[in-house]
Design a protein around this ligand. Structure first.
Ligand SMILES: C[S@@+](CC[C@H](N)C(=O)[O-])C[C@H]1O[C@@H](n2cnc3c(N)ncnc32)[C@H](O)[C@@H]1O
Length: 241
């Protein structure tokens, strides 16, 4: 694995890591466990494996899907939704609501959206090169699409306008060691009860006892799914789907 310090100002805050499939991720040095945003085996491949199939399933089954992403980070999931939507060219309307507690990641992503220079320019290019292999056309339109279909929010909270409206929940928070409160059973129950639509798919890279209990309590059915590259389990859960 190749470590590369990022821009001078933020050098002490994070490091860029090139994962095994050539796509970049970030190790956040400012948080307790200095956790990486993605699996070292491949940031792009992990996003495809954990969230790609779920995104395609929601697009296929919901005419006007609403996606909710927890943890924008480098925006892999949001870009994947854009590419998949553009590839399948459905007639409905798609909305993506994405939460990110760190203003810095939001700002950097906004710069990319607007084609403005930024400290993460190189990282964004590397990420997009990876998308280009599977979505040569769509990646060139993803920015414009996201400008019209993405709503960026701060820390995860309960927005009244999306209550009971979300068909695809893509839960990509840091692990329970780092983001303890987001993985607690009571918190997850409140979150699922607030956001999930009548028909809803919930996916995440991890699987914990409290998450399983919360999903069952909220009438989700849990389907067995292995984790990415040797991880024992990930979570794929459906409600009326
Ligand atoms: C695993 S990373 C997400 C990676 C991202 N999905 C990507 O594709 O690059 C987790 C992200 O969640 C953000 N985060 C942590 N706590 C949060 C909270 N309470 N609400 C929203 N975002 C949070 C972190 O700042 C970090 O960017």
């Amino acid at each position: 694995m190749n470590w590369k310090p990022a821009g001078l100002i933020y050098q002490a805050r994070f490091a860029t890591v090139i994962t095994d499939d050539g796509s970049p991720t970030i190790r956040d040095l400012g948080i307790a466990n200095q956790e990486c945003m993605h699996h070292s085996g491949g940031a792009y491949q992990e996003t495809q494996y954990i969230y790609g199939e779920a995104i395609r399933a929601v697009i296929k089954t919901c005419p006007n899907p609403h996606f909710l992403v927890v943890g924008l980070g480098l925006g892999y999931i949001e870009i994947l939704i854009a590419c998949e939507w553009l590839k399948s060219q459905p007639s409905g309307h798609c909305q993506v609501i994405s939460f990110e507690s760190e203003a810095y990641w939001q700002e950097q992503f906004q710069h990319w959206l607007l084609d403005e220079p930024s400290e993460l320019w190189e990282i964004h290019q590397l990420r997009d090169d990876k998308f280009k292999q599977d979505y040569p056309e769509e990646i060139t339109q993803a920015q414009d699409w996201l400008k019209n279909h993405l709503i960026l929010e701060n820390e995860l909270t309960y927005l009244p306008q999306w209550q009971g409206q979300i068909h695809g929940i893509l839960f990509d928070a840091y692990s329970s060691k780092t983001s303890q409160e987001l993985w607690q059973e009571d918190y997850l129950i409140k979150f699922l009860q607030h956001y999930s639509a009548e028909h809803c798919l919930f996916v995440t890279y991890a699987s914990t006892g409290s998450l399983k209990r919360a999903l069952k309590f909220c009438d989700f059915m849990i389907h067995e799914r292995g984790g990415f590259q040797g991880k024992k389990e990930s979570t794929w859960a459906t409600k009326n789907l």
